[in-house]
Design a protein around this ligand. Sequence first.
Ligand SMILES: NC(=O)c1ccc[n+]([C@@H]2O[C@H](COP(=O)([O-])OP(=O)(O)OC[C@H]3O[C@@H](n4cnc5c(N)ncnc54)[C@H](O)[C@@H]3O)[C@@H](O)[C@H]2O)c1
Length: 261
Amino acid sequence: MFDYRSMFDLSGKTALVVGAGSGIGEACSHGLAAFGADVLCADVDAEAAENTAQEIRSQHKGKAEAIGLDMLSPRRVRAVVEREGTPDVLVSTPSINVRKPLLEITDEEFDRVVELNLKGTFRLVRDFGRGMAERGSGSIIAFSSIRAQTVEPGQGVYAATKSGTVQMLRALAAELGPRGVRVNTVAPGVVETPLTAQIKDSPDWYDSYAAKSILGRWAQPHEMVGAVVYLASEASSYVTGSFMLVDGGWTAADGRFTPPL
Ligand SMILES: NC(=O)c1ccc[n+]([C@@H]2O[C@H](COP(=O)([O-])OP(=O)(O)OC[C@H]3O[C@@H](n4cnc5c(N)ncnc54)[C@H](O)[C@@H]3O)[C@@H](O)[C@H]2O)c1
């Protein structure tokens, strides 16, 4: 009989989380470890990655190591592949946003956002995906956003990278599916992390975002973890090429007006 209770079990699996030093990546590192994975916490901020790994070791009694990794550096990414080998699960979270009208975005700002969000993600999934394809197994999870689907002023370049990530990973899913590797994206709504600290500091902005989603509030980072554990585990063995919204219903309803009913 199929063992339903072990569907989410990650014992014996290795997970590399890039962006593990903060926000959603930090929460995902904890969540993957709590379900049994050995987690390699990677971040350009090596100290932050080490803090996450230390917390995992003390809170989950799980195996966790930290590594400084700048995904903007092709050489560094290749060195980590060579030294650490190929994980069973790769989670990629790092992204930046420059909130400005498109008419005011400079070439340098455009390049900076695309370089990390799209090219950095590309570099990770290419270099770790190769080993997964050779081995014939693996799960790749990259963070997109509701901005892949719906936009507002000032999000043009960020939104382009987030929908670009979805299409790039769908193509990767199509290329690697026959070789045993699943590839999916997760699209959060608004989550309280350092990335969105600027919004939290502005009550009008913060409250209007809370009201926009059907659930009427922001998410906490741990609320992104269920999707990641699901996509990392056997529970999602028939799921690839998917774009998984975890947005409190943000994209399901337009939220501008509730008519009298
Ligand atoms: N927070 C939200 O409301 C929200 C909403 C939608 C989508 N997302 C997406 O979720 C993902 C994670 O966002 P977050 O809020 O946790 O961000 P965050 O800023 O809290 O964390 C990002 C982490 O990435 C690391 N990082 C930055 N550049 C790096 C590099 N070159 N190499 C390696 N690591 C690097 C940072 O040091 C940091 O630890 C992003 O892709 C973001 O677009 C977030």
